[in-house]
Design a protein around this ligand. Structure first.
Ligand SMILES: Cc1cc2nc3c(=O)[nH]c(=O)nc-3n(C[C@H](O)[C@H](O)[C@H](O)COP(=O)(O)OP(=O)(O)OC[C@H]3O[C@@H](n4cnc5c(N)ncnc54)[C@H](O)[C@@H]3O)c2cc1C
Length: 444
């Protein structure tokens, strides 16, 4: 017996898209065949995880969702080699509980641990160590995929390599990811030695970058989006290596605070956003020596507040994350910051990092060598959409692209220009799988 599809409300992480959908919550892998059987006659399906994608990439296009979160068992773990095989609904949070005390860590991690293995593979996620480790897909050894037209398959670089690479960063469109085998990375402790260095403008960021990438494994900068004129692009670079000391422990699972309700829409306005950014720069902007911090404080600061996305109120927010090729990155990032400043719509949180040259081989994976700027904007309707389109134009002119996991509105032209191999993914898409994102960027 398969779990039934039951209508359930669904809110994208950014909160702009809200809908009700038939969702099934299987508990056993054996149920998947039943859920996918005859799927074509019953409309499209899409596998989903913890819903941490900001826009519509985790939303089906009018069909049904299969939530993989209940399929979260560990299948094998070798503490000698750090090879872990787990069902795709296991979250990074679950995995760290098992492996961190044993001296292993995720090879790379996004800025939240509330992401499933399936979601991490489908978006080929990246962390602050892309210049050393590349993206998540590079560390996937094998995976189990269930397709509506071919049943259960095992994929690797040797076995069905085309479908394997299409599934890394394949936005969940090649079938349902049932399990993932991952090579973990060894760590000497569960603590990071982190340094914070303020810089007074974008040139300061790029000057600090080469030295930071040479000497540090984890590097990212916060940018003060409220600064204008001579202060444009000022911010704080955070760079860290694993500490040799502190011991092996896992993180505290209990959240420090959970927002019970959506905040009123006016809480994040241009004045509060500006005040927060200026205060943050004045506290962190001077140079701080090395500080030893637990990994959760370094990688997952936002996870300490459950439901932080509700701060943006009922209208929700947009995230805009781009990557710009190396040679033109400085100029394009400067133009984006000038455009934001001129619009008067500050980004509450702006993060700038730079990717290295390691390529997972994913057909539509987001990372490529260059600078990646991530921005959050409260949804103010037409004026915000207009700003985002103008930022897109700067990215397109510079030959860059936008991250689908963060997007809910880029045009089909913008997507297709940024991801020229999208047709190869379309050819390998499971005919029963479809997402609102994919339909929007490939069919309009
Ligand atoms: C606070 C925060 C910080 C973030 N930081 C980063 C970052 O630093 N780097 C980065 O790369 N990303 C980052 N992200 C984005 C996040 O890592 C991705 O959106 C991730 O894919 C979410 O995983 P999920 O389990 O929530 O999946 P969902 O959001 O539910 O789904 C994501 C995609 O995975 C597919 N999918 C999920 N499970 C399966 C399955 N079993 N089979 C087939 N397809 C499946 C879905 O169809 C969809 O296309 C961040 C998100 C948040 C909220």
């Amino acid at each position: 017996m398969s779990a039934p599809f039951v209508s359930q409300s669904y809110r994208s992480w950014g909160g702009v898209t809200r809908t009700a959908r038939p969702v099934a919550h299987p508990k056993w892998r054996q149920e998947l065949a039943g859920l996918l059987g005859g799927a074509r006659d019953r409309g499209d399906v899409l596998g989903v995880g913890l819903g941490r994608s900001y826009g519509d990439s985790g939303l089906d296009a009018g069909g049904r969702l299969i939530c993989g979160r209940g399929l979260d068992r560990f299948m094998a773990f070798d503490p000698q080699t750090g090879v872990l095989r787990a069902e795709a609904g296991a979250s990074l949070d679950d995995i760290l509980q098992l492996v961190a005390p044993r001296g292993w860590f995720l090879p790379t991690t996004p800025g939240t641990r509330f992401v499933t293995l399936g979601g991490a593979v489908a978006n080929d996620v990246h962390g602050k160590n892309h210049h050393r480790a590349g993206s998540f897909g590079l560390h996937v050894r094998r995976l189990g995929l269930i397709r509506s037209d071919r049943g259960a398959l095992e994929l690797s670089r040797e076995q069905e390599p085309q479908l394997f690479f299409a599934t890394l960063g394949g936005l969940g469109l090649t079938g349902f990811i049932a399990w993932v085998e991952l090579q973990l990375a060894p760590t000497p402790s569960s603590f990071l030695d982190q340094e914070a260095i303020g810089f007074s403008g974008l040139d300061g960021y790029f000057d600090l970058l080469a030295d930071s990438h040479d000497r540090f494994e984890h590097v990212a900068a916060w940018i003060d989006c409220s600064a204008t004129g001579g202060g444009l692009g000022r911010g704080v670079m955070f760079r860290a290596n694993w500490s040799a000391e502190g011991g092996l422990v896992t993180h505290e699972r209990r959240l420090k605070l959970t927002l019970p309700l959506e905040a009123p829409g006016w809480v994040l306005n241009r004045w509060s956003v500006g005040a927060f950014n200026s205060l943050y720069y004045s506290v962190h902007g001077s140079r701080h020596g090395l500080r030893r911090i637990p990994y959760a404080a370094g990688f997952y600061p936002l996870d300490a507040i459950g439901g932080w996305n509700r701060l943006y109120g009922r209208a929700g927010f947009f995230q805009h994350q781009s990557v710009i090729p190396e040679g033109v990155a400085r100029e394009a990032v400067r133009k984006m910051l000038e455009r934001i400043s001129a619009s008067g719509q500050g980004s509450f949180l702006a993060v700038l990092k730079s990717f290295g040259g390691k390529d997972s081989g994913g057909l539509v994976s987001f990372p490529r060598p260059g600078a990646s700027l991530a921005l959050d904007f409260p949804n103010r309707g037409a004026e915000t959409l207009d700003l985002l389109d103008r930022l897109d134009a700067i990215v397109a002119d510079a030959g860059g692209r936008i991250y689908p996991a963060k997007d809910g509105r880029m045009s089909a032209a913008m997507f297709q220009q940024g991801y020229p191999r999208w047709r190869a993914l379309e050819a390998l898409r499971d005919p029963s799988f479809q997402s609102a994102f994919w339909r929007r960027v490939t069919q309009s």
